[in-house]
Design a protein around this ligand. Sequence first.
Ligand SMILES: Nc1ncnc2c1ncn2[C@@H]1O[C@H](COP(=O)(O)OP(=O)(O)O)[C@@H](O)[C@H]1O
Ligand SMILES: [Mg+2]
Length: 312
Amino acid sequence: MATTTATTTVLYCSDPLHERRADAHFAAEARQLRAAGGTALLIDHDALLAGDAGRAVARVPEGAGALWYRGWMIPADRYAELDAALRGRGGELAVTPEAYRRAHELPGWYETFAGLTPVSGWLPTGQGVAPDREGLAALAAGLPPGAAVVKDYVKSRKHEWDEACYVPDLADPAALHRVVARFVELQGEFLTGGVVLRAFEDFVAAQEAAAEVRVWWRDGTPRMLTAHPDSPVAEVPAPDLEPVRAAVEALDCPFVTTDLALRADGVWRVVEVGDGQVSDLHREADRAAFVGFLTADQALLCTPSPSGTTPA
Ligand SMILES: Nc1ncnc2c1ncn2[C@@H]1O[C@H](COP(=O)(O)OP(=O)(O)O)[C@@H](O)[C@H]1O
Ligand SMILES: [Mg+2]
């Protein structure tokens, strides 16, 4: 690696049908990266997830040095295989496999964000294997009474809310088991790590603004606020980031996102933490500003859609 080179190099997922192009979902960002003087390289995400890391990195030139990744989610074990394959050709991921897992999986970040995020517990679970009623009841006993949300270490099935996500009452073991079993069934081979139960909190959306604000942190500094990618509107309120900043610093990962939601009592809560490399950008987010903080050293807080919205 040429130590004098300051160029930021980012690995994007290639388009499965046109392997020399970035996947359409990331093409605009890759263009902005090149416009900012960065280098966009391609990896084959399908090959990586199929266990062929060597084939996945075949288009990465030898001696590429430090590499960021921006693309579809990668299971933490596969991410470590990606890093090993890159190291075999003189490259390495800027985010270590340990740091990636810490930010990507709830058990990795939960303790650091305790107090800022809903009370949670988890049970390691094999794919297709729902925990039994006793195991779930023991897990539920560690949560405050009331409703809960089910997910795995990485994702929920929020679009199947009643069926596979929301548990109205943890004191109803049959209903708890039914929702968790359905979640495990629907996740199938994508179930990551195990089952997580989280105490339900009453989140409210500020009018005309995104219900969740995604904060992008680089080296412990908030660089950009965007609407959550699912939000129909791009406007974001401006939460107080100070309590979250301390937790992000303690997590000690170079590039993370935190999704913040306003609780009905006026307290901003961390709904989810993620690795910034695999966090999706809202379709209206400013890609130029985004690659700006990936390629620059300057700590700048960008709010691309300042709406002046304040929490109700
Ligand atoms: N503890 C909770 N209380 C209330 N709503 C929640 C809770 N956890 C998640 N949700 C809702 O479910 C959605 C999905 O949960 P999240 O943890 O972000 O999973 P995913 O990885 O699928 O986005 C959140 O955007 C939020 O609306
Ligand atoms: Mg989420």
